[in-house]
Design a binder for this molecule. Structure first.
Ligand code: NAD
Ligand code: UDP
Length: 315
């Protein structure tokens, strides 16, 4: 049994991680400022005596005693990370420095949840970890993608300079139950629009691509990475099956049986045109690859949002 800190533990990915870590018998300390996270995501964990919740903003230092740190706190959807871009950068830079300082003091292994956004609008396809990316440093997505790039740099520098035991994962678009219904990400938007019979809003002509990983696969890869020895990463974690956004819209309509129409809206600035992980490194080092494909994962996610929208229990 380990004492494990999960920053951003009340968020979409963080709450699934807390649950899996508890199921494996660990003590879990969930730290969150509830900017985009929700108590609803962790309500079912509250009466577990090995679970503890701390309301805290990681841009402020904190003194704790833990064995491992999963550093996941950061708004992840464009609407939320662009709402207060300066705060997003502070979360990535000051927040990561604070967590690295904690890891250094207590000699805890620390993992950073980085992102495929570090590749920007990639000129290399699919993206391998040794690709340095094509990122606009002054655009509206920069607070997030440059923020995560600095966070990766900080991780590597604390590792080289202070021998902090680090892990970096680059997460590609992940979806599943407990995505925030209002955060504007494509999978939750399309499902909610389809279930409500509203128009499905495809941005641009829908030819841009993404590769969608179901949450359970992502958590499995994350745990494997944390517990493998002699490998800091960065490592890509994602599902290499690539879809256009138009294909996703059509699939959601098919699976929900919705009468919604597809409408086209302007493409947001700096929206990446294609994204697909090369997961050879994860296959080799972690013996990991996703097992849940889009149709199966979407069905589970649709079921979650149906229950949420009709006021039924969701956990
Ligand atoms: P989320 O918004 O659901 O979760 C983020 C959590 O961090 C929330 O609970 C939020 O309240 C908390 N938080 C934000 N700022 C904080 C601060 N300053 N102090 C304390 N808590 C703070 O997002 P998510 O999808 O669960 O993403 C989790 C992590 O994974 C993020 O670091 C994100 O960048 C990364 N990631 C996610 C995806 C994805 O597809 N979901 C892809 C790539 C990377
Ligand atoms: N998108 C869309 N309609 C929506 C929300 C998003 O067409 O209602 C598009 C968006 O422009 C992008 C893709 O879907 O091309 C994925 O968007 P998301 O915000 O989910 O993730 P990210 O752009 O960070 O990969």
């Amino acid at each position: 049994m380990k004492r494990i800190l999960v920053t951003g533990g009340a968020g979409f990915i963080g709450s699934h991680l807390c649950e899996r870590l508890l199921n494996e018998g660990n003590e879990v300390l969930c730290l969150d400022n509830f900017f985009t996270g929700s108590k609803r995501n962790i309500l079912h964990l509250m009466d577990n005596h090995r679970f503890e919740l701390v309301r805290h903003d990681i841009t402020e230092p904190i003194l704790l005693e833990v064995d491992q740190i999963y550093h996941f706190a950061c708004p992840a959807s464009p609407i939320h990370y662009q709402y207060n871009p300066v705060k997003t950068i502070k979360t990535n830079v000051m927040g990561t420095i604070n967590m690295l300082g904690l890891a250094k003091r207590v000699k805890a292994r620390i993992m950073l949840a980085s992102t495929s956004e570090v590749y920007g609008d990639p000129k290399v396809h699919p993206q391998r970890e040794d690709y340095w990316g094509n990122v606009n440093p002054i655009g509206i997505r920069s607070c997030y993608d440059e923020g995560k790039r600095v966070a990766e740099t900080l991780m590597m520098d604390y590792h080289r300079q202070n021998k902090v035991d680090i892990k970096i994962i680059r997460i590609f678009n992940t979806y599943g139950p407990r995505m925030a219904p209002n955060d504007g990400r494509v999978v939750s938007n399309f499902i909610i629009q389809a279930l409500k019979g509203q128009d499905i809003t495809v941005f641009g002509d829908g030819s841009q691509t993404r590769s969608f990983c179901y949450i359970d696969d992502l958590v499995t890869g994350t745990l494997k990475m944390m517990n493998v020895e002699d490998f800091t990463g960065p490592v890509n974690l994602g599902n290499p099956h690539e879809f256009t956004i138009l294909e996703l819209a059509e699939k959601v309509i098919e699976l929900t049986g919705s009468k919604s129409r597809i409408v086209f809206k302007p493409l947001p600035q700096d929206d990446p045109t294609q994204r697909k992980p090369d997961i050879s490194l994860a296959r080799e080092k972690l013996r990991w690859e996703p097992t849940i494909q889009l149709t199966e994962g979407l069905k589970k996610t649709i079921d979650y949002f149906e229950r949420l929208l009709s006021g039924q229990p969701i956990v």
